[in-house]
Design a protein around this ligand. Structure first.
Ligand code: PMV
Length: 310
């Protein structure tokens, strides 16, 4: 039997833009997904027969990576709320791909990142390799269309190439607020795509977001929480304008800022899901948010990415 554990993620800056090759900065978080895989006569997921719709990511990973006869019996356990912008699908995919690659004797982090991206892309029909790469690597990553310092690996698709770099992070904590509304990633990504294809204004906004990601990376490297918060607020304004926000997200962000956060924004595709906020007193912000009936908690950085034991 093989067991794999993968962290979830938050996107600090640059979601949506990264689908078009723009830069993005994301962080692996302390919420995790665990999966165990063993050979079996038939394929079962948590004791149920494999269902392509219900188990879309696992089913696609098996289709791509399990070439032996017979099946696999898979059990999953997740601490990550689903459809919340916290990387539940990416972590599940990465853990599943890592397990199957390890069973085939082909495990390496770049291979896990590449194959996991292919799985996400095939299921969602539109995606960037950001989420699966940060789950594979752990810590923080910077994705760009140019190769720079601390380069890890690159991933290509449909004429686009994403260069993944590692970013040094101090031990940080983030406030998470969950709206409780599901974030339907493929729907929101397609909605934004329509806007980007039809409007030069949307393209200008994505270019503006490019500068924000670079500015945010500098603030992060300087450990400047106040600067980070301001830049997160600027990023949120753009995400709102391109149609990725929602009434629930804006309300939660407002509560978070009033509770004393330096800045807050949605994480992931949006349209629901979670918001992230920065403060040097994250527990205090969470307490304030909870007193206003919000589902809020603190996460720390997961230094390690996906791990496999056999
Ligand atoms: O909604 P999530 O957590 O799967 O994040 C999606 C992030 C996007 O940039 C919107 C899409 C992508 O694949 O990068």
């Amino acid at each position: 039997m093989v067991v794999a554990i993968s962290p979830g993620k938050i996107i600090l800056f640059g979601e949506h833009g990264v689908v078009y090759g723009k830069p993005c900065l994301s962080v692996a978080i302390s919420l995790k997904v665990a999966i165990s895989v063993e050979k079996s006569d038939s394929t079962k997921i948590n004791d149920d027969p494999l269902n392509e719709k219900k188990h879309s990511y696992i089913s696609k990973a098996i289709e791509k990576l399990w070439k032996e006869g017979g099946g696999v019996s898979i059990s999953t356990f997740s601490q990550i709320p689903s459809a919340s912008g916290l990387g539940s699908s990416a972590a599940l995919t990465t853990a599943c791909v890592a397990s199957l690659l390890s069973m085939n004797g082909k495990f390496s982090l770049p291979e896990v990142a590449r194959k996991s991206f292919e799985v996400e892309y095939d299921v969602q029909k539109i995606a960037s390799p950001n989420d699966t790469s940060v789950c594979a690597k752990g810590g923080a990553i910077f994705v760009s269309n140019k190769r720079g310092d601390n380069f890890l690996w690159s991933i290509e698709k449909d004429g686009k190439e994403w260069y993944i770099h590692s970013v040094e992070l101090p031990p940080m904590k983030f406030v998470i607020g969950n709206t409780g509304a599901k974030s339907k990633t493929p729907l929101v990504v397609k909605k934004v795509e329509k806007f980007v294809k039809q409007s030069s204004f949307a393209k200008e906004l994505l270019e503006e977001m490019e500068d924000i990601v670079i500015e945010g990376k500098k603030a992060l490297e300087k450990n400047d929480y106040v600067g980070l918060g301001e830049i997160m607020n600027k990023n949120q304004k753009i995400l709102h304008t391109i149609g990725a926000s929602s009434r629930e997200i804006e309300k939660l962000i407002d509560i978070t800022r009033k509770a004393g956060a330096y800045g807050a924004k949605l994480t992931g595709a949006g349209g629901g899901g979670s918001v992230i906020a920065i403060s040097d007193e994250p527990e205090k912000i969470v307490k304030e948010m909870r007193s206003r009936d919000c589902d809020a908690f603190v996460v720390s950085v997961a230094k390690e990415g996906v791990k496999v034991w056999s």
